[in-house]
Design a protein around this ligand. Sequence first.
Ligand code: ADP
Ligand code: MG
Length: 454
Amino acid sequence: MLFNEMDINPQIIKALEENQIVSPTEIQEKSIPHGLSMRRSHIIGQAKTGSGKTLAFAIPMIEKINPENPNIQAVVMVPTRELCKQNAAVFRSITKYKKINIVEIYGGVSIRKQIEQIHNGGQVIIATPGRLIDLIKRGKVKFKSVNFIALDEADRMLDMGFLPDIQFLLLDAMRDISPRLFLFSATVFDEIKKLIYSFTKKDMVHEINVSRDSLTVENCDQYAYYIEKNKLWNFIKILNDERPEFSIIFTKTKRNAEKLCNKLNNVSELNFNLNAGFINGDLSQAKREKTIDMFRKKQLNCLVATNVLARGLDFPKVSHVFNYDLPRDPEDYIHRIGRTARVEGIEKNVTNGKAISLVSTDHRVLLKKIEKLLNYRIERRNIPTPLNMKNIPEKYASNLKSSQKNTKRKRKNRINHQISEYNGQKTYSKNRINKKKKKKYYSKNRQKISSSVK
Ligand code: ADP
Ligand code: MG
């Protein structure tokens, strides 16, 4: 099947072809005809990350928009600013020859400019829910001529606590008119379905699921390392072993993303050529965009990020996704590893992407949950030994070799130190007393030693 065999305007086909997009992916092939049909039905589409869901709703929307009507005709709701920009870029790419005015609406920047853009004939609005509500309350956005509402990454929006906002928006939209609803996500769960069905008639909804049995991302090798301590240095060993070309590293907290990024850049001379930037929710919009842009332009080859980056964003050729911390929500794992093995990779048949997770002892149960959701056992691997590492500058060698036993050694040192303090000695060479003797000595004098150290 080709796009030009579907009932799509040649102007859109031409723009698609210029981007080397000629045949629809499965989710596109199954949803676009419903989107184009005259029956004003709704779509709930579920397909893996990277399967082209954006065009699955963008093409029918653009096809049906009347360029002569300057009012808002379609609204796309997205969870994050980044996804807003990315979706806007997709919409703009297919409206090269059918001129339609696309407006991005998100918080953290001046609202005035956005109001101006809407006034100047915004026909498609791509928005995060918070700012959209703000504009509605100010009377600047009206749904009266909206024919389509798309919810992209809807489950993520629920995760982020946008459910009341979405309910408010849909209530407002559905009050006078009945726009068609397109809901697309890699994971669609009951909660969000219920929301849609609360606004629609059951027989008017097409549920399209092209990933029911294969939630796991194909063309992606997945494995996990159990890590008990010295996470950073063990991670560096893994990096050294993998030599990722383009990678994204996910951390749990905002602070960790920044810290890890700095640490990795500090050891960059360990010849794995890492040039990292970080993204977290605390960064200003401009900085986030700049970092993402640098990654896209390959000025950075590694992004350290929190979950803000997990959903929907499309990066070409990410060779490795690392879960430095496993996500708390198993579905986020799927979204995260979806950043690798994208369409381009599959079609051009490049090597598989890799998804590598570091699993601390108390997160093993999380890994099990993820496996249950994937219905797939993730291979466990042993941390590569330092013996495999070559050309390591001397100052790091000891760190890497000792990283496994570090904690033990620290404890030993502490005991040695305590004993020497007690004896009033400055140093206490471990060679002067054998282990057994030392243990005995320590246990016998435990109380005295600890009180003297206090
Ligand atoms: P999803 O939303 O399902 O995660 P996207 O819509 O972000 O996926 O698309 C992922 C990538 O696939 C994008 O780079 C997009 O340009 C590309 N793509 C989408 N549809 C097609 C197609 N029919 N043929 C080739 N590439 C496509
Ligand atoms: Mg998407």
